[in-house]
Design a protein around this ligand. Structure first.
Ligand code: GLU
Length: 488
């Protein structure tokens, strides 16, 4: 195993940047909130984290961030476990797998968080805040109107114990706010975006526990990363401004910070947000549409990350070639044509048995079992989705053949005489391709396209398609005769 030297991104004021550690393994994680199905954006985040840990023979952890009780659903948890497994992104620590820091769903970690809240409260680094949502909204409005960035005004920052009791007695349920240290500069090196600097004065005291006692994202996310010994975090750049808050929290708690890298978001081909029409698709939708997991892996691993090689890579190769230095800072543009390209490549690289399972529903039992292998070998270059396989199954094994207008034109142009010759040649030579076309060439004096095209059109009803030699081998003698006869 390689030895990995990680310079932890930290807060220079607290000398975190001095933490140069040599560690044997790295631990990355994916921490989704189960408020919807996985889609290309968050799957890519999971993938980069998984590739990074696999590259170093490290560990990939999965944590369910279900602190938003209203929006989190257990069916989304089940779906995301299934979707990640379908994609081959197995986690070594997390739900259903277990690990030393179980449980891995934040909704089950309240007792753990309670200890850290207590620590912050007893050291006066957090205080109860009784401001109501209405009061907070008003304060924001006033600050914005005065041209100032909105941040907590500090109303409850210095309440005496008596004042707190009085508010409690009025039935007010406080939130818990973190007291952001004044006049500090939070610096860290983002693994993707380079050196970052934030003034703590710009942050404002923030809520770490909601009035209903559930933990706020900043808190649970940072505490869990530390307790679960996560060393590297790649996440969306929408979290970049959360990072200084989290570093301050970890510093206050005396917990280690992971190294953060913030990924540029995926945008549509026009640079705008992804839409349902373009790229904003759930993994389930893509799977139902027939995308193969390896196609998505090859596509997503290159979306905002460059490899030395442009050719097809299996999951182990994707991990071997992954490097955070190769992550781009510019927004990654969704490109439907690229996704289709990798889908075709995936079909080309998939084992025939798996391909059969993938296509079998779409071919409606049209392909006899004995022809299964040959059918796959024949249509593979012309298949991108199961429906394409269904199309060719129908073309090759269906009783009725409806030729496309282009094929009809080709058949008409060749004329009935051509097909009479073709029937005769077939009667003489059988379906062996070379002898058959040689014979037909002798009889008609035609060669090249003029010879192959009418044959293809008559036998498949199409002017493009799988190799003719393979088509001939797959069609039954009866079909061949019927189809040639029909053109005479
Ligand atoms: N639960 C957060 C999200 O889904 C995780 C953010 C992070 O990766 O730190 O956005």
């Amino acid at each position: 195993m390689d030895t990995y030297t990680a310079i932890f991104g930290g807060v220079s004021a607290f000398r975190y940047h001095d933490w140069t550690m040599t560690i044997k393994t790295i631990k990355t994680r994916f921490a989704p909130s189960p408020t919807g199905y996985l889609h290309l954006g968050n799957v890519r985040t999971a993938l980069f984290n998984a590739l990074w840990s696999r590259h170093w023979g490290g560990q990939f952890l999965l944590r369910i961030e279900d602190t938003d009780q209203e929006r989190s659903r257990s069916e989304y948890v089940a779906a995301l476990l299934e979707d990640l497994r379908w994609l081959g992104l197995e986690w070594q620590e997390g739900p259903e797998v277990g690990g030393p820091q179980a449980p891995y769903a934040q909704s089950e970690r309240a007792a753990i968080y309670a200890q850290y809240y207590k620590l912050l409260e007893t050291t006066d680094q957090a205080y109860p805040c009784f401001c109501t949502p209405v009061e907070l909204a008003l304060s924001r409005k006033l600050q914005l109107a005065a041209g100032r960035p909105p941040r907590y005004a500090g109303t409850c920052a210095r309440l005496s114990e008596a004042e707190r009791q009085a508010r409690r007695a009025r039935g007010l349920q406080p939130t818990l706010r973190f007291r952001v240290p004044m006049a500090q500069t939070v610096e860290f090196t983002d693994r993707v975006r380079g050196p970052q600097r934030f003034a703590s004065a710009d942050i404002g005291d923030f809520v770490i526990r909601r009035a209903d006692d559930t933990p706020q994202f900043f808190f649970a996310n940072a505490v869990d990363d530390a307790l679960m010994e996560v060393t590297q975090v790649l996440r969306g750049e929408d979290h970049l401004t959360n990072t200084p808050r989290q570093l301050l929290l970890l510093q206050a708690l005396g917990l280690p910070a992971p190294e953060y890298g913030h990924l540029a978001l995926i945008v549509g081909s026009d640079g705008g947000p992804l839409s349902k029409r373009e790229g904003d698709l759930s993994l389930r939708e893509l799977r139902a549409a027939g995308y193969l997991p390896e196609a998505l892996l090859n596509y997503l691993a290159r979306l905002g990350h460059s490899y030395e090689r442009d050719s097809w890579m299996d999951p182990a190769e994707l991990a071997a070639g992954f490097a955070p230095e190769r992550l781009g800072r510019a927004p990654a543009r969704y490109d439907a044509a690229q996704l289709l390209h990798w889908q075709s490549e995936a079909v080309r690289h998939t084992h025939p048995e798996r391909l059969w399972d993938w296509m079998r529903l779409a071919i409606h039992a049209r392909v006899p079992l004995a022809c299964q292998e040959e059918f796959i070998a024949t249509v593979r270059p012309n298949v991108r989705f199961p429906s394409d396989a269904g199309f060719w199954a129908e073309r090759l094994f269906g009783a009725v053949l409806t030729a496309t207008p282009e094929s009809q034109a080709v058949i008409f142009q060749a004329g009935p005489g051509f097909f009479t010759h073709a029937l005769a040649a077939y009667a003489e030579q059988g379906a062996a391709y070379q002898p058959l076309v040689e014979d037909l060439r002798r009889r008609t004096g035609l060669k090249g396209k003029a010879l192959f095209m009418p044959l293809r059109a008559a036998l498949t009803g199409e002017t493009h398609g799988p190799e003719l030699a393979r088509v001939l081998a797959l069609l039954s003698p009866e079909r061949i005769r019927q189809r040639l006869q029909a053109c005479c």
